[in-house]
Write a protein that binds this ligand. Structure first.
Ligand code: BG6
Ligand code: MG
Length: 216
């Protein structure tokens, strides 16, 4: 039986992808590279430094570690400016009811995110009280698609990986959850998330009782 649900943050609880995109686009334009939405899709779930590595390789640019670090700091500054105004209005549809139902059924809840800004974002949108555990990008050595973030979340909840369900919107995250031996509920507007055990367009009206027993 599923006893714990581990949520990805960006794209599952709130949609910050557009802000990551805007700030990366500005960074990329500083070296005359035009970052497109298609590129951005490939950055979902990927850590900040690996995202920069992808962008530099698409642009065919090699930078020394110091310069890369400056760009990472600059990108995060731009991103933080953009997410200052996040509030509970930015919680994605269906999320709050879904969490209430799970908690009412005695299921433990965690966040497993690649973001180093996860605690800040959760506080801004007011979802912090809904989670027993938050594991973010500051707490792991390897990021998705490595399973470390989800394994640490399960261990912190005191659960075996097999009794956890991960809710994810990115391929790197689905891969991470499957490598951890967990079930995956995929969130995908277009129904094309490879590898998820079950897929929905959003969390509106998702029947938690059915889901937890069905994905056993
Ligand atoms: C993930 C996002 O949740 O966090 C990625 O999907 C992002 O796009 C990554 O790069 C790291 O985020 P941050 O906040 O540490 O720059
Ligand atoms: Mg995500």
């Amino acid at each position: 039986m599923i006893q714990g649900v581990i949520f990805d943050l960006d794209g599952v609880l709130t949609d910050t992808a557009v802000y990551h995109y805007q700030s990366w686009k500005q960074i990329a334009s500083s070296f005359n590279f035009e970052l497109t939405e298609k590129h951005n899709e490939q950055l979902k779930g990927v850590s900040r430094s690996e995202s920069l590595d992808h962008i530099l390789s698409w642009a065919g640019i090699a930078l020394d570690p110091e310069m890369k670090n400056r760009l990472l700091v600059e990108k995060n500054g731009l991103y933080l400016d953009l997410i200052q105004s996040l509030s509970s209005r930015d919680i994605l549809p269906g999320v709050t009811d879904f969490l209430h139902h799970l908690i009412g059924q005695g299921v433990k809840t965690a966040v497993g995110s690649s973001s180093k800004n996860a605690n800040f974002i959760l506080s801004k949108i007011g979802l912090m009280p809904f989670f027993d555990v938050v594991v973010d990008g500051t707490m792991v050595k390897q990021t998705k698609p490595d399973p470390e973030v989800f394994l640490l979340a399960a261990a912190s909840l005191g659960l075996n990986p097999e009794s956890c369900l991960v809710v994810e919107d990115a391929e790197a995250g689905v891969e991470a959850a499957k490598s951890a031996g967990m079930k995956v509920l995929g969130i995908s507007a277009h129904g094309n998330l490879i590898g998820a055990d079950h897929e929905v367009q959003n969390l509106i009206g998702v029947d938690t009782k059915y889901l937890l027993s069905h994905l056993n």
